[in-house]
Design a protein around this ligand. Structure first.
Ligand code: NAI
Length: 247
């Protein structure tokens, strides 16, 4: 029996990178997966690739900062795949600069996508999950939310905020049978990190006890664990997936 057989999942920002890999791994475990992404065409392509891979998948354009879009995403998931069991708030962006150089718009935008986006996702997913008395919400934070990264006051603040959101919503939703947890990946090999200058990549590598970057599947496998009944007594937890960096 696959761990998520017959369950419905929504993954935001799943058109590529870690989100796509999460969608694939949840799908491999038996879940039907709705891909939500601000890039509607890429989301459709991603769902098509998931179907080629044998996953029951669909896609909808969704800007996670827009509550109406998120509400529509959850409604679509429920309509197409039945009750929602798993929600993964993964959509993200970076707008790096030191605080002296960062325009306030870049601070606000990054907070809006990660933090307001995860709040919207948690809020509307929880409403759908309440209806059938169970569910697992997973927020993709970052180790930068624990330690703070130079040049990322916006991103680090947003990712730390997601930890507070995870714990507060875990308390509010526990009695409804809904668990809320967060994952803090370290350096993971994706388009977002491969855009980094070589010297920054090497500096990070030196800090990782396991001596290598993580792969998206290594984050996705932890999300699968949190989404599944194996994590049935786990809520409000923050799991670091960092190869030991900043333990
Ligand atoms: P990525 O840039 O490859 O993918 C992000 C996806 O989110 C894209 O498909 C993009 O279109 C979508 N997106 C952006 N803004 C959106 C919005 N407003 N509404 C809906 N979708 C939106 O990034 P990656 O590396 O796969 O990151 C995924 C998540 O993991 C992000 O939350 C990121 O902060 C987090 N993370 C990544 C790490 C890494 O090393 N790559 C490390 C720690 C955390």
């Amino acid at each position: 029996m696959r761990m998520l057989e017959g369950r419905g999942a929504v993954v935001t920002g799943a058109a590529q990178g870690i989100g796509w890999e999460i969608a694939r791994v949840l799908g491999d475990a038996g879940a039907s997966v709705l891909v939500g992404d601000i890039n509607g065409d890429a989301a459709k392509d991603a769902a098509a690739r998931l179907r080629e891979h044998g996953v029951a998948a669909d896609a909808l354009r969704c800007d996670v900062t827009d509550p109406g879009d998120v509400e529509a995403l959850i409604a679509h998931g429920t309509e197409v795949f039945g009750p929602l069991d798993v929600m993964v708030n993964n959509a993200g962006i970076t707008r790096d600069a030191t605080m002296r150089k960062m325009p306030i718009e870049d601070f606000r935008t990054v907070l809006d996508v990660h933090l307001t986006g995860a709040w919207n996702g948690t809020r509307y997913a929880a409403e759908a999950m309440r209806a059938h008395g169970r569910g697992s919400i997973v927020n993709i934070s970052s180790i930068s939310g624990k330690v703070g990264n130079f040049g990322q006051t916006n991103y680090s603040a947003a990712k730390a905020g997601m930890v507070g959101l995870t714990k507060a919503s875990a308390k509010e939703l526990a009695k409804a049978g809904i668990r809320v947890n967060a994952v803090q990946p370290g350096l993971i090999r994706t388009a977002m990190t491969e855009a980094m200058p070589a010297h920054a990549w090497e500096a990070k590598m030196a800090e990782i006890p396991m001596g290598r970057a993580g792969e998206p599947v290594e984050v996705a496998n932890v999300v699968l664990f949190l989404a599944s009944d194996l994590a049935g007594y786990l809520t409000g937890a923050v799991l670091e997936v960092t190869g030991g960096r900043y333990m």
